[in-house]
Design a protein around this ligand. Structure first.
Ligand SMILES: NC(=O)c1ccc[n+]([C@@H]2O[C@H](COP(=O)([O-])OP(=O)(O)OC[C@H]3O[C@@H](n4cnc5c(N)ncnc54)[C@H](OP(=O)(O)O)[C@@H]3O)[C@@H](O)[C@H]2O)c1
Length: 207
């Protein structure tokens, strides 16, 4: 990592290479944060290069959040900066659409690992430091799918409901500690995950 500019806080954005996460990372960058961003493909390097144009020091981490080691790699990248984490956007997620009777179990177990397990795992690493520092912010990307039955996204919706409940519960626990978390319940957008859930022939209007 190149030397941080004095006074710039550090933010982590998982899924920072695309879609909502890339925009969150861009907002952090233009508002004076340096960044660690995660992604599963080499797109994360391109995103880091783009974000550096906004003046941020950016560490890209390519790892698979479906695995324990992949989550630990993200956390190690944060720790390797030697800097306290001021904010974390736990945003990475994938979608799987289709009739439950047709979808593959292994794909859905992998989605649960990315969308739910990795968020708990990372929060477990992040929260103690924020509580000790009495400072920090965690943003969890959920979905309107958390609040309604999601037929043909029958496992995706519950992964969003899990993080919705997790974020709300964590928020209550952290009240008064100086560490805070927020929940972003995003509506359907015409980004990659919309296509993953719905298929290319079924368009949802961006909201
Ligand atoms: N788009 C919507 O309509 C919508 C609506 C409600 C909620 N959301 C939620 O918003 C979040 C982001 O969605 P999006 O639409 O921005 O999705 P997206 O454009 O597909 O971006 C997903 C991000 O997650 C990363 N990622 C995927 N699998 C990963 C893995 N195994 N390990 C590490 N990183 C992985 C991707 O990395 P690569 O780019 O390297 O693959 C990418 O950076 C998700 O949690 C989703 O549930 C989205």
């Amino acid at each position: 990592m190149t030397s941080p500019k004095p006074g710039r806080p550090l933010a982590l954005v998982t899924g920072g290479s695309s879609g909502i996460g890339l925009e969150l990372a861009r907002q952090f960058a233009v508002h004076g944060f340096d960044l660690v961003i995660g992604g599963s493909s080499d797109r994360v390097e391109d995103a880091a290069a783009a974000l550096r144009q906004a003046g941020a020091t950016v560490v890209p981490v390519r790892s698979d959040l479906a695995t324990y080691d992949g989550v630990e790699a993200v956390w190690k990248a944060v720790q390797d900066t030697g800097r306290p984490l001021a904010a974390a956007a736990l945003n990475a997620g994938i979608g799987i659409g289709g009739a439950f009777i047709d979808t593959a179990l292994e794909d859905e177990l992998r989605m649960i690992a990315i969308n739910a397990t990795s968020q708990v795992h990372l929060a477990k690493r992040i929260v103690p430091g924020m509580v000790a520092a009495r400072s920090g912010r965690i943003l969890v990307t959920s979905s309107l799918s958390a609040t309604t039955p999601t037929p043909y996204e029958t496992v995706y919706g519950p992964t969003r409901a899990f993080v919705y409940s997790f974020a709300e519960s964590l928020r209550e626990e952290l009240l008064g500690t100086g560490a805070r978390r927020g929940r972003a319940s995003v509506g359907p957008r015409w980004w990659r995950i919309g296509r993953q859930c719905l298929g290319d022939r079924h368009h949802r209007r961006p909201v």
